[in-house]
Design a protein around this ligand. Structure first.
Ligand SMILES: NC(=O)C1=CN([C@@H]2O[C@H](COP(=O)(O)OP(=O)(O)OC[C@H]3O[C@@H](n4cnc5c(N)ncnc54)[C@H](O)[C@@H]3O)[C@@H](O)[C@H]2O)C=CC1
Ligand SMILES: N[C@@H](CC=O)C(=O)O
Length: 360
């Protein structure tokens, strides 16, 4: 008798992260089958408007297939499709950055899906929604994994959870939580390049959010702090986070993404001034701090000594310093690429495999 297990994975969002995930899964098929007797089938992939269906799973030519044969969809069409084919072990991947998409989580769970998400929105809406989602998961015995919400492929949430579940008192988590802002300020502090050019590079590298103002406004980092705070059972909301936004009012949400991009040169002068104000041994860093004891969450741009751990960061590295009962003087440190399509897709893949281990 075969012990092989099949997962049916529906991928919502086939941009940087979603499409890399599909390619990673396709490339690992043989290895997964041989080493873990795991078969991951992807019968549906979607972007915001179109879905491509193949009940036998995607072929390696999936991008062409999507271009040629995708059709407009509603979430109900996908629910009907998986029901018609009696698919078991259903997993919905949220690789969108969409605020509305998370309203589909509860119907998906009620229709048999586990959720694996890179999108931080579901964990950062009201605490009421946060709890309702967890109650629904419990009722339907489904899982929700979101390791990539904080630190992309880095094991940040898992580490915090393990410490907390084993009774460790976590006092403070401080660091550079954003891979894109890390890249931007590492490059900007050390190179003679304009701020807008570096922002453009970060976006081309797939490091920023689809709307880079999510990063520059501090909102994305605030979401990460809130997610960690809630893991530690702190009942708090996104608006409780003290945030220093780097987006000037004239370029805020009333401007479209396209307008913001075409006017990004307006950011150059203010950032050049901040750079000029630095002392010789300082660099700019955008940091987050979760003070667990005082339940205070704050994100801001600081001038940091070049020689400190945070000052020495390179590339798109994030760093999380966890101070706790057992790590008082010298924190537990998690460091590595905090953004990028490849590490993030691998983080989602790892959540899928983790989920498969908990299924029959
Ligand atoms: N890029 C990175 O380094 C990291 C990204 N993430 C998260 O991963 C998610 C995806 O990021 P990227 O791939 O970089 O963005 P992207 O902009 O490249 O791709 C987003 C995709 O979602 C689709 N989409 C938008 N609304 C949708 C909807 N309602 N239903 C279905 N599809 C929809 C878009 O059509 C696009 O295909 C975001 O939530 C981001 O915060 C998390 C960690 C790191
Ligand atoms: N924009 C985010 C991407 C991952 O969440 C970041 O820069 O960290």
């Amino acid at each position: 008798m075969s012990n092989s297990k099949t997962l049916h994975v529906v991928i919502f969002g086939i941009g940087n992260v979603g499409s890399t995930l599909i390619n990673q899964i396709q490339a690992a098929k043989t290895q997964l089958q041989l080493q873990q007797q795991l078969n991951i089938q992807i019968p549906v992939v979607t972007n915001s408007k179109l879905a491509f269906y193949n009940e036998f799973g995607l072929a390696n030519s999936w991008q062409c297939d999507f271009e040629n044969a995708s059709i407009p969809y509603k979430i109900e069409d996908i629910l009907a499709f998986v029901k018609k084919h009696h698919f078991q072990n259903l997993v919905a991947i949220d690789a969108t950055a969409c605020k509305n998409f998370v309203q589909n989580y509860i119907p998906l769970i009620e229709n048999g899906f586990h959720i694996v998400s890179a999108n931080k929105v579901a964990n950062t809406l009201s605490f009421e929604f946060y709890e309702q989602l967890r109650l629904t998961l419990k009722k339907h015995q489904k899982s929700f994994l979101y390791e990539t919400n904080v630190g992309a492929g880095l094991p940040v949430i898992e580490t915090i959870k393990r410490l907390y579940d084993s009774g460790e008192q976590i006092q403070r988590i401080r660091g550079v939580f954003s891979g894109s802002l890390s890249y931007i300020f590492n490059e900007f502090s050390s190179e003679s390049v304009s701020f807008s050019d570096i922002l453009k590079q970060a976006s081309h590298l797939g490091l920023t959010e689809p709307d880079a103002r999510e990063d520059l406004s501090g909102n994305d980092v605030a979401r990460k702090l809130l997610i960690l705070a809630r893991e530690l059972r702190i009942k708090t909301e996104l608006h409780d986070v003290l945030v220093e936004s780097l987006v000037p009012k004239k370029l805020n949400g009333k401007t479209t993404v396209h307008q913001f991009k075409s006017r990004s040169k307006e950011l150059d002068l203010p950032f050049q001034k901040r750079k000029q104000n630095l002392l010789e041994n300082q660099v700019l860093r955008y940091v987050g701090e979760l003070d667990v004891v005082n339940k205070k969450l704050e994100v801001k741009l600081i001038s940091e000594e070049k020689n400190s751990a945070i000052g020495q960061l390179k590339g798109a590295d994030s760093v999380f310093e966890i101070y706790s009962e057992s790590y008082q003087e010298f924190p537990l440190v998690i460091q590595g690429a905090g953004a990028g399509k490849s590490v993030t897709a691998r983080g989602l893949f790892s959540d899928i495999v983790k989920l498969s281990n908990s299924l029959n």
